[in-house]
Design a protein around this ligand. Structure first.
Ligand code: NDP
Ligand code: 8X3
Length: 256
């Protein structure tokens, strides 16, 4: 029988663990017996996860945009959490759907600071430990938006295209080190993503998921769990998944 890794041997650090895909990953791994370090900014969400899973969970109230805080939080991890061997750099957001010439600069800054710089902070703070231990796995949350453009996706899509290329560059650097790299690229997934994108406008957010059965955080967490529990000689470079009614738009020609 094919031998998957025992999840009880995994200690998983999840950023963006307080909601959506990240929270589902926390539950998937902790539910299977892994230790999980959950990072996010919302303290009450972190506490709820700690209450649910007890001493299998360690929480970090952390804004990944802050390099000093990210570095310090990783350096201060207590045993046995300090020997993490999976890092799921998942925290991220989209803000707005305006065309480039109308967008608020603060929104572009926030996406770059979180989706690119926050992800880099997470990887740079955690990678040396896994390289030294010769065992680990970096999982990054990209998006189909990093592959296929859509109107209003400008900087969000650009940030996820960065994640795609960075994941390949990271693998070029560390293949053979014992640390694996996987880019998870979900499509339409119902989480707090659209509520955040539309700045609390729940009616507009709900419309995004109307008339389709969107993927859920659990669907994506299962893909992460699969990639991380494959035997260590297998590296999944990328998993791209779409909701089964989602397709590609045609190329447009704007005439006149
Ligand atoms: P959610 O809004 O439900 O979750 C986002 C998570 O990111 C929250 O836990 C939030 O925690 C955290 N986060 C945001 N900013 C920061 C920050 N500065 N520091 C630390 N944590 C932060 O959305 P999703 O679960 O959908 O999003 C997770 C990832 O999946 C994102 O990278 C997103 O781009 C990506 N994605 C989502 C898709 C979708 O359709 N939903 C599809 C493709 C990719 P807190 O607010 O507590 O800090
Ligand atoms: C989120 C997917 O298509 O809503 O990354 O931008 S999409």
């Amino acid at each position: 029988m094919y031998q998957m890794l025992d999840p009880k041997t995994l200690t998983v650090l999840v950023t963006g663990g307080t909601s959506g895909i990240g929270a589902a990953a926390v539950r998937r791994f902790a539910g299977a017996g892994a230790r999980v370090i959950v990072a996010g900014r919302r303290a009450e969400r972190l506490k709820a996860l700690a209450d649910e899973f007890g001493d299998r969970i360690h929480t970090l109230e952390l804004d990944v945009r802050d390099w000093d805080a990210t570095q310090a939080a990783v350096a201060a991890l207590p045993a046995p959490f300090a020997s993490y061997n999976v890092v799921f750099a998942n925290a991220g957001l989209a803000l707005g759907l305006e065309p480039a010439h109308e967008v608020r600069m603060e929104d572009w800054d926030a996406m770059v600071d979180t989706n690119i710089k926050g992800l880099l902070h997470t990887v740079r703070a955690t990678l040396p430990g896994m390289i030294a231990r010769k065992e680990g796995h970096v999982v990054l949350t990209g998006s189909i938006a990093g592959d296929y453009p859509y109107p209003g996706g400008n900087t969000y899509g650009g940030s996820k295209a960065f994640v795609k290329q960075f994941s390949l560059g990271l693998w070029a650097d560390i293949a053979g080190s014992g640390v694996r790299v996987t880019n998870i690229e979900p499509g339409l997934t119902e989480t707090e993503f659209s509520l955040v994108r539309f700045k609390g406008d729940a009616a507009r957010a709900d419309k995004i998921y109307e008339g389709v059965a969107p993927m859920t955080g659990e669907d994506i967490a299962e893909q992460v769990f699969f990639a991380c529990t494959l035997p260590r000689h297998v590296n999944i470079n990328r998993i791209q998944a779409m909701q089964s009614h989602q397709g590609f738009g045609p190329l447009t020609v704007k005439r006149g």
